[in-house]
Design a protein around this ligand. Sequence first.
Ligand code: UDP
Length: 320
Amino acid sequence: MKLLVTGGAGYVGSVCAARLVESGHEVVVLDDLSTGHADAAPDGVRLVEAGIDDAIGDLLAEGFDGVLHFAAKSLVGESMLDPAKYWQGNVVTSLRLLDAMREHGTPRLVFSSTAATYGEPEQVPIAETAPTRPTNTYGATKLAIDHAITSYAAAHGLAAVSLRYFNVAGAYGRFGERHGVETHLIPIVLQVASGRRERVQVYGDDWPTDDGTCVRDYIHVVDLADAHLRALEHAAAGEHRIYNLGNGLGFSVKQVIDACREVTGHPIPADVAPRRAGDPAVLVASSEKARTELGWKPERVDLAGIVRDAWDFTRSQQGA
Ligand code: UDP
């Protein structure tokens, strides 16, 4: 297929673009490089350095079989302080994309949604039938886009799949997490191990969990990318399907730090700090629907293995 990958110079987008190229697809990456990196676009893709607003019409006029839409603002804290950036950058831009797809008859869309659409869960593991009550602006904008996709699919025959990611981690060779502002646990802990940060703060150790720290579902970025390939194959005209993607296994903040100590051999000093606003105690996905309907199964479920891939990537960056 000829595929457009928006945000394909970012973390998840670049891994996905690389896997698509390896599977024989023709890939064009559209990225404004506001948070992505030009050298993260895989070999064999055409990189168009532009925003969706400026470039989407002309690009889709070329004729594409589908779009994988990763380009987004994705910092939860920032979304609370500067909501306009998120409503404009995520919702308005995605509407532009949907309209351009309709205009040019682009048949398929795979959208990068998030577990943040659910908010504080009533039950774990979280299934797609759980209520969607996002507790931050980032999650609210992704949910709004999901709603828009549902109505475009119903009205205009778009074949659409939204994938709701839990905690994405790990790396794929030279493709990994390189954020200007880092807020995620594993990269922060690895910054300590690589000497770029003194200590890690554990946001609360009095949560109602086995060891008192928050539990999250860490999914390897390659497993996640592979779910996108399956979603493309299973997308059906006029339908919007939604799937949660996680390991189904929860790991606590303490377990993550211990795994990083084991993999890196660094003592990784950690301090207990106050809870972070908006953090639920436990977020674990039920990915049963993706397993059953997409035939997808996460293969890289071992936490130490996920951390090892992220660590190899961190060290390669330091050497760069
Ligand atoms: N966390 C932490 N210290 C940090 C960063 C994160 O204790 O420096 C915790 C955070 O409170 C959450 C978990 O690690 O319970 C995962 O956070 P992350 O930001 O990686 O992902 P989120 O689950 O918020 O999407």
